[in-house]
Design a protein around this ligand. Sequence first.
Ligand code: FES
Ligand code: FES
Length: 152
Amino acid sequence: MRSLNINGRAVAVQAEPDMPLLWVLRCELGMTGTKFGCGVGICGACTVHLNDKSCLSCQTPMSTLNTQKITTIEGMQGAEAQALKAAWIDLDVVQCGYCQSAQLMAACALLKQKPRPTDADIDAAMSNIVCRCGTYPRVRAAIHEAAKRRPV
Ligand code: FES
Ligand code: FES
């Protein structure tokens, strides 16, 4: 048994050291907002935040975690998160929705680091490369919209 700092709370988990964070979240804790895609660090569907930076949870074994701040889509809060959620709705970004938790997590980490990102910044930061529904243009537009709305 050990403790992780997830969404601002100390959470007790039992997972083995080589268990990826993705499966701890989904299977042990029932936090299914973080999605499984490829499982090999390519698609980005499993993106969460570690200390406010994007992190692929399928590539993050328990043995690498101690007191880091873990944030999932269930706990994504703050000015960037609010602006992004509103822009996502207003620009009707989502289609099937499967990749969107990760898109929002990556976008939120980007806005925390770059409040006015360029298209190149967005291309570099957005870790989710497998949106089967092709929402990329709307994702980009919504990030720009959220950046405009969020007071810097
Ligand atoms: S499920 Fe983690 S990168 Fe694809
Ligand atoms: S919205 Fe369907 S996979 Fe991205």
